[in-house]
Design a protein around this ligand. Structure first.
Ligand code: NAD
Length: 359
């Protein structure tokens, strides 16, 4: 099968591509405009595969999308391209409206035009899989509540509102035009190749450098964490095994407060890099926890998200392989072993890959 994957140079998209190239015989066309979040250095493991192709294209460019559909003739579209950082959406929502809503609309229309021209069998097999977030559901009030697939939408931030809009567009294209679509809503991901502006890599890298570890408000916000490779496996299953029109929630059964996550990271770092000058175990070190600094809360910050993932488990047999303890240990070890990747993100030189080579 041929997958056209948007946003494949991002955190989750690159994990999906690494998964497909390593574990299947399918072909991938990675369509990514390479925003600040796109990093081709996350794809070095697959770039020499004859089953991997890269196209630097903005999903808002309809003409280019039409060219890609005509040339590659994909069987499945997996749509991950998005502006994804809540703080950036508060500072400047325009890019979120453009990529997440207008871009999704363009991709739906390009897919529909292409799909209309397919023969009956390929038409039935075609899937447009939209990758979304649990943030569209907003805050959970009662401690025992969980998001299910029919929970109503109540987005709080410009980011989640733009993702909610795109989910609605996708479902409308299914209902109105019969375009075979799928939607998945997933909880917070973590793991290798995560851009350092996000909580977990930000804390690991700041701690290693003895910088403050900022925590919003009192740190009691609860997120349901999922290891990114478990998400990639789930997405492949959904894209290839499910009925058109389906929605699946994907989550890790790992609810943690942000403060607990930061404490765990500090303790793991104490264990794994005792020689670091900021570690408690190093003479004179105050311990990584002493770097924690509580900062003013994010406006509109949701308190708790938690996913009921029983539908995907029952229907497709998916369960996460990693617990939070095993996944966070793998993640911290990956950052310790891959300074070459993250130091090029921190000093900005990763972006030369896209500016210098013209790819
Ligand atoms: P990311 O920010 O790491 O990557 C986004 C990618 O999209 C980047 O490679 C970027 O260059 C590309 N992109 C942005 N605008 C584009 C455009 N106009 N045209 C083409 N490419 C463009 O994001 P991520 O964390 O990998 O998230 C991927 C998807 O999964 C997003 O849709 C996000 O909403 C969703 N999601 C993320 C999480 C999470 O925890 N990270 C959880 C649930 C759902």
């Amino acid at each position: 099968m041929k997958f056209l994957i948007t946003g494949g140079a991002g955190f989750i998209g690159s994990a999906v591509i690494r998964h497909i190239i390593a574990h299947t015989s399918d072909t991938v066309i990675n369509v990514d405009k390479l925003s600040y979040a796109g990093n081709l250095e996350s794809l070095t493991l697959v770039e020499s595969s004859s089953r991997y192709h890269f196209e630097q294209v903005d999903i808002c460019d309809r003409k280019e999308l039409d060219r890609l559909f005509a040339f590659y003739q994909p069987d499945i579209v997996m749509h991950l391209a998005a502006e994804s950082h809540v703080d950036r959406s508060i500072d400047g929502p325009a890019d979120f409206i453009q990529t997440n809503i207008i871009g999704t609309y363009n991709l739906l229309e390009a897919s529909r035009a292409y799909w209309n021209g397919l023969d009956l069998e390929r038409k039935e097999q075609f899937r447009f899989h939209h990758i979304s977030t649990d943030e569209v559901y907003g805050d959970l009030e009662n401690p025992s509540d969980l998001f299910i697939e029919s929970t109503s939408y109540k987005p709080s931030s410009p980011y989640s509102a733009s993702k909610a809009s795109s989910d609605h567009l996708v479902r409308a294209w299914q209902r109105t035009y019969n375009l075979p679509t799928l939607v998945t809503n997933c909880s917070n991901n973590y793991g290798p190749y995560h851009f350092p502006e996000k909580l977990i890599p930000h804390i690991i890298l700041n701690a290693l450098q003895g910088k403050p570890l900022p925590i919003y408000g009192n740190g009691q916000q609860i997120r349901d964490w999922l290891y990114v490779e478990d998400h990639a496996r789930a997405l492949y299953l959904v894209a290839t095994q499910s009925k058109a029109g389906e929605t699946y929630n994907i989550g890790g059964h790992n609810e943690k407060t942000n403060l607990d996550v930061v404490h765990m990271l500090c303790d793991l770092l104490e264990e794994l890099v005792p020689e670091n000058q900021y570690s408690k175990q190093h003479a004179g070190g105050g311990g990584f926890r002493s770097l924690i600094s509580f900062v003013q809360d994010r406006p509109g910050h949701d308190l708790r998200y938690a996913i009921d993932a029983s539908k995907i488990e029952k229907e497709l047999g998916w369960r996460p392989k990693e617990t939070f303890n095993s996944g966070i240990r793998k993640t911290v070890s990956w950052y310790l072993e891959n300074e070459a990747w993250w130091s090029r993100v921190l000093d900005g030189s990763y972006s030369l890959t896209r500016l210098g080579s013209g790819v």
